[in-house]
Write a protein that binds this ligand. Structure first.
Ligand SMILES: [Zn+2]
Length: 282
């Protein structure tokens, strides 16, 4: 493994408190899996720097390495065999995307990889941290009138005006983001009132994690830095002001959480001094 620049995460992204305990059974050196002492949220206490995610540790390389590692593992092979259920999932998934994304408007896909899942109709925009994948995706977005930015999501999203997007897709992205609170706050500003985020992320509370233990498919080091449960994801989203809706209510039996986060038509500034903000016409 090449030398990797990394930094510590001093506070919990969900409750914003300091203090966490190492979960030894899931930690794979040198990446500590920790649980927040206040709210229980599980995350990597040490994360790679964004610069290394651009090339050195890009998703496509990580994915190839992980595949190799799994081939060697018997339990993980069993897990792969039961993945027929995911095929049905794909059909349902496409329907979800079409429902979340309207026939027109502007849609942002964060972590688009080398292509896009934004259905035909709206103008697609993408942000992708891997240099190679962003170059691959760019012509696809440009042919439909949009573009892709090669940047960390937290800075890439600031290129857009407030109330700009009708919908945002975050699929297999938020588990990689060292600053999930910051990106959800910035996304909130850039969504039109009534706009939604369709979000998919590994479900730390899935039955499969209890069965597979440290071999659970949701663990990828140091790729996946957040391990959300239905409760922690809801708490994070609600504290920013989103309305929260489950898309897979049988989430215990699903390795992924699929949720819709909606910016209310009348937005509230969260916190003790909460006050209504003038509703804006979408
Ligand atoms: Zn916490």
């Amino acid at each position: 493994m090449s030398e990797l620049r990394s930094h510590e995460r001093p506070t919990c992204e969900v409750c914003q408190q300091t203090g966490a305990t190492v979960v030894h059974k899931y930690t794979r050196s040198p990446w500590p899996v920790v649980a927040c002492n206040s709210c229980g949220f599980v995350y990597l206490g040490l994360v790679p720097d964004y610069e290394d995610l651009s090339v050195t540790y890009a998703w496509e390389k990580q994915h190839a390495e992980e595949k190799e590692r799994r081939k060697k593992n018997k339990l993980a092979r069993f897990d792969a065999l039961t993945r027929f259920r995911l095929k049905l999932g794909k059909v349902i998934d496409r329907a979800r995307h079409e429902r979340a994304v309207g026939p027109e408007g502007r849609v942002l896909e964060i972590g688009c990889g080398g292509s896009t899942r934004i259905p035909d109709g709206p103008t697609p925009y993408g942000i992708e941290i891997s240099e190679g994948l962003s170059q691959k995706a760019r012509p696809i977005f440009e042919a439909r009138g949009g573009t892709v930015y090669h940047e960390p999501a937290t800075s890439g999203i600031e290129r857009f005006e407030e109330n700009f997007f009708d919908a945002i897709l975050m699929r297999s992205y938020l588990e990689h983001e060292a600053q999930p609170r910051l990106i959800l706050e910035r996304a909130f500003k850039r969504l039109k009132p009534g706009g939604t985020i369709l979000l998919r992320s590994p479900n730390y509370n899935s039955a499969n994690r209890f069965i597979m233990g440290s071999q659970w498919c949701g663990f990828r080091f140091p790729d996946h830095v957040n391990y959300f449960t239905p409760r922690s994801l809801k708490a994070l989203a609600a504290s920013i002001g989103y309305e929260f809706r489950w898309m897979n209510w049988m989430s215990l039996f699903d390795d992924n959480l699929i949720v819709e986060l909606k910016k209310p038509v009348t937005a509230f500034v969260p916190g003790p001094s909460a006050r209504p903000v003038e509703a804006q016409v979408a």
